[in-house]
Design a protein around this ligand. Structure first.
Ligand code: TXA
Ligand code: MG
Length: 360
């Protein structure tokens, strides 16, 4: 796929070609991607969490193209990605001390701060809201692209609306071929689940979407300022994009929520019933629990060791996509505790299950 840059035909916008170019990352491809963004085109690029579908946040037409490519409703705001924390005051009208403390602790990295929007961010980016979600990603390719483009880049996860987030360039291609001009391929994204989204109200930090930064780490970072942590939105409109049907695989997923041993036992019992009824069954399991399930004839995706939540998060979305490709009709999964990354895993699994969650 690596061709010398001068042999590539010029990239045009706004109509993307039927098949995007998937380019391995190299200095000239980053430059090309940055130029494409400046011209109002869309680029899929890796971040440490998931692949993003990026466009220049200051060009309403580019942002409109992001919504169209994803099939995303216009009332779901996008996250604006910045090259460095000191860009923040250009896009946020007010940055409280708690926000600076969080930026200091977690940027560059997978934390999104929801702050009052400045007029430099067109309303289409924030779905007309007075607030804007902002983050400084840590992935070297994302950073290189943001620095080269020298633009704020609006980027949702690079999947079709309601589908599982893309953690590999192939996932982007599967969902968005014909809808994006260029995909920068840097292999699997390291974290595998999206950023934690927080709103800041005075001393209180509210987690609107659990994610890659665990709540415990946020609580620790704000404690010296007397900051407190709260969960969930006060109002449904405060956390758009949290619809129950999200990340959904094609097969019907049921999640068993409870202490690990009980949750796994319940998931396998359900799987056996489904097998007995003649259905093809898949399971998302920690490595320790896989052999027993495989012996039963279940199609197993091994996510990583039970205690290693980072490896489970890293594998989750790709595993859901692979299970779908095997043609299983139902999928079962246990939860992985509710501490640390366990909370974000619980959130993603619950929504992928469209609410089919059994407490055990
Ligand atoms: O890790 C991530 O956050 C990835 C990478 C690409 O950065 N992006 C991502 O974007 O997951 P998206 O669009 O799939 O999810 C953005 C989330 C949504 O739940 C959205 O509602 C919330 O952030 N969000 C963005 N702006 C907001 C705002 N002004 N107020 C409340 N929530 C906001
Ligand atoms: Mg998303």
């Amino acid at each position: 796929m690596t061709m010398p840059q001068d042999t590539l035909p010029p990239l045009s916008c706004p109509d993307p070609p039927p098949r995007p170019r998937v380019l391995p990352v190299a200095p000239q491809t980053i430059r090309q991607a940055a130029d494409l963004l400046a011209r109002g085109g869309l680029v899929a690029f890796p971040t440490e969490t998931v692949y993003g579908l990026g466009g220049d946040a200051t060009q309403p037409d580019a942002v409109r193209a992001i919504f169209a490519a994803k099939g995303r409703p216009a009332d779901h705001p996008l996250i604006v990605h910045l090259a460095a924390p000191d860009w923040l005051p250009q896009y946020a009208a007010h940055v409280p001390d708690a926000a600076w403390a969080l930026a200091e602790a977690f940027w560059p990295g997978p934390l999104t701060l929801v702050l009052p929007r400045r007029a430099t961010v067109p309303p289409i980016v924030t779905a007309g809201r007075p607030t804007v979600g902002v983050r400084v990603p840590s992935h070297p390719v994302a950073r290189g692209l943001l620095q080269a483009a020298h633009l704020p880049v609006a980027a949702p996860s690079a999947n079709r609306f309601t589908r599982t987030s893309a953690t590999r360039a192939e996932h982007v291609l599967d969902d968005l071929a014909g809808r994006v001009e260029l995909i920068l391929d840097a292999g699997p994204t390291p974290v595998g689940i999206e950023s934690t989204v927080v709103a800041i109200e005075g001393e209180q930090v509210r987690i609107l979407r659990p994610g890659a930064i665990p709540p415990e780490a946020i609580a620790e970072a704000i404690a010296p300022f007397g900051g407190t942590l709260a969960f969930g939105s006060r109002h449904p409109s405060e956390a758009p994009g949290q619809a129950p049907r999200h990340y959904a695989p094609r097969a019907a997923l049921t999640v068993f929520r409870g202490p690990p041993e009980r949750a796994v036992a319940a998931a396998l019992a359900q799987a056996q019933q489904e097998l007995a009824a003649g259905r093809r069954v898949g399971a998302l399991l920690a490595a320790e629990d896989a052999p027993e399930a495989e012996q039963l004839g279940i199609v197993v995706e091994r996510l990583g060791a039970r205690e290693d939540l980072a490896s489970i998060a890293h594998a989750l979305f790709a595993a859901l996509r692979r299970l779908d490709q095997t043609g299983v009709e139902v999928i079962v999964a246990p939860t992985f505790g509710e501490e640390g990354l366990g909370l974000a895993l619980l959130d993603r699994l619950t929504r992928a299950a469209e609410g089919r969650v059994v407490r055990v």
